[in-house]
Design a protein around this ligand. Sequence first.
Ligand SMILES: Cc1ncc(COP(=O)(O)O)c(C=O)c1O
Length: 482
Amino acid sequence: MSEIKFYKHEQIPMEMHKVKIVQQLHLLPADERLAKMKEAGFNTFQLHNGDIFMDMLTDSGVNAMSDNMQAAMMRADDAYAGSETFYRMQEKLEEIFGMKYCLPAHQGRACENILATRFVTPGKCVIMNYHFTTAKAHITRLGGHVEELVKDEGLISKSDLPFKGNIDLKKVEECIKKETPENIAFMRIESGTNLIGGQPISYENMKEVTDLAKKHGIVTVLDASLLQDNLYFIKVREESMKDKSIREITRMIADLFDIIYFSARKFGFARGGAILVRDEEMFHSMEDLVPMFEGFLTYGGMSVKEMEAMTVGFDESMEMDVISQGPQFIDYCVKALDEYGVPVITPGGGLGAHLDAMEICKHIPQEEYPAGALVCALYLCGGIRGMERGTLSEEREPDGSERFASMELVRLAFPRRVFTLSQTEYVIDRVKWLYDHRDLIGGLRFTHEPKTLRFFTGKLEATSDWPERLVKAYKEEFGEEG
Ligand SMILES: Cc1ncc(COP(=O)(O)O)c(C=O)c1O
C-alpha cells in the first residue's frame, strides 16, 4: 500500500507512519540568519543545527528511527569481543544479501578506507558509474585514480530517463582495454548515485557491467548506501522486475557482486557501516584492517545499541511502505518546482531534490561557486539548510587550478520519515521566491581553503554585499521575523 488513493483530492504523498516523538524547531529572524551565515563562513556544514529551521543537509544519520528500532536498542549486548548483537546483525545481513562474511565499520567512509587500503596501490584505476567524495578521496590518497563511466545522458539535468545512474558499457570496455584488467583495483557501482541527483541504476545495467567485469577477472563492489531508494525505483520503473518482491530484487542484485558495503547512516536508519564479502580468502585479506582502524571485529567502532537498531532497520528497508516515502516526497517537491519553472534535476531521484545551480545562477561564474552561493541564499531565505554538490565539493587539480564539476547542484535531502507534507510545501514556497529573486544572488570566494575535502571545513565570504541585499528583499516580502 505505498500509494493510498484519494476520493476528492489530487494525489499527494502520504506519510505511512505516525509521529511519536518530536523535536521543536525554531525559525530565526532573517537578520540573525545573515549573522549566523557569516559566522559559518558561508559554509552550511559550519552552521549550528539549533539555528536551522529545515535541516535538509543530508539523510545521513538523521533518518527517523521506528519504535521497533528503539525497542531493539534495549537488548544490546555490550561486549568488546563476541557481542551477541554483532551475530544478530551479521545473520540478518546474510539473510538479506546472502553474503557470509561481515566486516563492521563506524560509517561508510571507513568501509571505503578499508577497501582502498586493501586494493589500491599507486597508478591503479577504480571504475565507477560516478564517484562519491569520500570514496574518491581514499583512492586518490593512495595514488589511485577514478574513471567515472556513467552514460552521458545521466549528466543531462532535465530528462525523463528512469535510470540516470546507468554505466556506459562501451566506455567500460574501452577503459578496461586502455588500463588492462591487472591495473583495475576494482569496479565500484554506486546505487542511488548520490552526486548526480540520487539517480538509480537498473538491475539490467548492473548485470551487464558485472558480467563484463567477471569476464576480465575484475573485483566488483556495490556501494549500497542508497540501495533502498534504488530498490524502490527498480520495482516501479523496471518492467521485468515489477512482480518481484523487494527482498527478491535485493538478493538478485547482491548475487552480482563480490563485495557490498554501505553506510548504515543511510541504509538501516541508524549510524554505522559494514563491508560484506562473499569469499573467505578475500574476507581474511581485509580482516586485520578492522581492528587497526575501527575497533574489534564484532563492533568495528559502532555502538552496540546502534547495531541492534540497524538490524531492525535492515528489515524495514525491505518494506515498500517504508522505502517509498523518500522518493514519493521528493517527486512531489521536484514536480512542484519543475512546474513553476525552477531548474531541478528530473526525474526526481532518491535522497533529495536537486536544484540546478548552473542554470539558476547562470550569472555566477563557476570559479565563484554558484551552487555554494545558492545553498547559502536558501538558508538566508527561509532557514533551510541544503548541501552544495558542485565545484566546491571537488578538490583542486595537482597544479592548483580548479576542477570544475560537471554539475552544480544544491541538494535538499529528505531524511526518511522526518518531514511532513506542509514542511515540504514551505520549502517549495521559499525556493520559488528565491528563484524569482535569483538575480540578487552573487558569488563566493575562499578565505580559508583546506587541501582535502574543503567543503567540510573551508570558510568563504561573499564577493559583494549581495547577502545584505537579498535579506532586505526577503524582509520586504515576509516581514522582520520571516
Ligand atoms: C553513496 C555514498 N557512499 C558512501 C557514503 C559515505 O558514508 P558515511 O557518510 O557514512 O561515511 C555516502 C555518504 O553520504 C554516500 O552517499
